[in-house]
Design a protein around this ligand. Sequence first.
Ligand code: GLU
Length: 416
Amino acid sequence: MNKGENLWQTALQQLNETAKRINLEPWIHKKLRKSKRELTVSIPVKMDNGSVEVFTGYRVQHNITRGPAKGGIRYSPEVTLDEVKALAMLMTWKCAVVNLPYGGAKGAVVCNPLKMSAGELERVTRRYTSEIISIIGPEKDIPAPDISTDSQTMAWIMDTYSIDKGYSVPGVVTGKPIAIGGSEGRSKSTGRGVVYTLLNTLKHLNLDIEGKKVIVQGYGKVGSVVVDLLSKEGCKIIGVSEIDGGIHNPNGLNVGKLWKHKKREGSVAKFKEADSITNKGLLQLKCDILIPAACENQITKDNASRIRAKIIVEAANGPTTPEADKILKEKGAFVVPDILANTGGVTVSYFEWVQGLQSYFWTEREVNLKLRDIMTKAFYKVWEISLKEEISMREAAYTLAVNRVAEATRIRGLYP
Ligand code: GLU
């Protein structure tokens, strides 16, 4: 099974188990097992050398019962339709866990952004937007950044969409630059949300944050923010990694110097005040808190028994496979699931969309306070369900999310 099929099977399995646990009506279960819409498009693009490449793009809307579809767009050479379907379903649950009035979606273009110029990326983005234009829009489906896309990508999508309509439509995407209607605090929001979730976790477990030894896998848009904020909270960041390898210092890394090193060298590898370590090795180091903030399928049945962290907060989407989850549970690790822990990004996306629709913009302080409020409320709800039903935080988050979507489905009824 390839990575995409794996993720899709996992997504279905998680839904099936939840359906059984909450006694979900079979018709709603059947409906939720399928995407609402799956669009595959060809994206012909003139490359810098004059040749034409035809890329493949996807946009999947899993569910729109609670509101417009919402979710990021990723650029990756390996991405498949199955992967996008699974991630779109995860977005439905994420939005429901934090109670945002959205359904779930995800998009992707099969390409290698590391091997493309800015001009080529712009042409791919604009043509992809044009190919999916009939199914996106502020009331239909609102894309955002994901792996290998950023605020510039969103600006190109917003511009292409607006030109088609004949007027500016900032609400068509979130994660835009501030100059064209982006929100203060959006770029750091996923990482900030992960930190709020960890603080809530420690509080409920009666533990102190001060001096906790933390390992973060990934030092991109999410991981780098988590590292910075947690070191300010008094944690010791003892390990960090990226695709090309990791670094480890049991006495704690100087995160200010690490940030400068990354800016200069383009990677955390070869940071002088630390030992080198592989990505695999990093996950297995002794630490208090492990934060996978890179990509899917990182903690699997092959390495789960060697994970030594007692608390794992999933900043990435789908970093733990179900088999690994069982092993971690048996070992007594406390896992805070992705659909709760990494919802800070989509929550501030929601704030950006609301601000855009009202043309009234908030300060970063307001954004962060509202984010903390929403994430704390969601954490508390999931925690309560977990205690009451004696189930894991992941199972509790799924119970909450699927119940919310099911309730909306039931009330709306089936047409015709
Ligand atoms: N791509 C992010 C995620 O996976 C953000 C989605 C959004 O803001 O719509 O949560």
